[in-house]
Design a binder for this molecule. Sequence first.
Ligand SMILES: Nc1ncnc2c1ncn2[C@@H]1O[C@H](COP(=O)(O)OP(=O)(O)OP(=O)(O)O)[C@@H](O)[C@H]1O
Length: 332
Amino acid sequence: MTVTTTDPTTRSAAGAPVTSTPETSAGIALQGVTKSFGKTEVLKGIDLHLKPGKVYGLLGANGVGKTTLMSVICNHTFRSSGRITIDGEEPAENARILERTCFVHEDQRWHDDYLVDHILRALPHFYRDWQPDLAERLLSRFSIPRKTPLKKLSRGQRSAFAVCISLASRAEYTFLDEPYLGLDPTSRNIFYEELMREVAERPRTILMSTHLIDEAANLMEEVVLMRRGRIELHADVDEVTSSMTAIRGIDEAVDGFTAPYDVVSSQSLGRIHSVLVKGALAPDERARAEALHLSVEKPGLQEIVAALGILDHAVAQNLPQNSEVSEAGVTS
Ligand SMILES: Nc1ncnc2c1ncn2[C@@H]1O[C@H](COP(=O)(O)OP(=O)(O)OP(=O)(O)O)[C@@H](O)[C@H]1O
């Protein structure tokens, strides 16, 4: 884990907080970033801008490059080509920038014999605005024992500890790579609640990958959807969920009604058919659907991402791809 600071202000040479200028608060910008492992190109030319103070969900099927993307931004992995700037500066080997980032991932490495207490004592040296009271409160909420060696913590307790560090660090740029994978539902709710409280009180840029999309959707302001090493879609969450309509009902009625529409995906459970179509329905069309006893809903983010992810698997298996979907979504 790298080091971080505290808040959206910077500090003068004398150490006094100064308000960020537009030049220093430009966020994170990627242009044409690629990353190859051997002959395999995992990131295939990423252009992305993450604005200061926003919470982003980084979504996509397994293996599309989410962890790799976070790693190259944080300079944990060297990129192969392209340009990355954080607040206008190249982050590689730039302590001033890297000090303001925190990258928490599931397989966080610690010395196994360290106790939780040992790490807690070290963290204020790494995180300039480390919040000891917040750390204490989080440890207590997650019931993490302080005198236990890390190797003896359960997977969930380890995840919870990583979450505590990410929140108490107050890093201006925080990257969360599914650190909550091992958390039980109650602990995940605590994490979501604490994250919401933190960003409401002190906005910070958070890029968070997750496969528990609907659970975390309320936290996200914008969604970045990756597909096969590229950014497939980058938009407001509302914009994404408003870009499609879910129509459900008995199979023949749904098929007949949706025939003229751009169908993105369709699924059946017995005779119940659920179809995602592009765009919103006009009021008269909605009335016509209701007259046919069809339900017309705004789909959840997970439903939309799953529809796109299913196609990734279809490609992997050399099955015919629905060309509609590759055009779906709203790119920014
Ligand atoms: N160090 C490495 N050496 C070789 N290949 C790697 C390395 N790290 C990642 N990869 C490959 O890069 C691809 C993307 O991996 P990455 O972990 O970024 O995906 P992901 O989107 O985070 O997946 P998941 O949702 O399963 O966590 C995978 O095919 C993976 O095998």
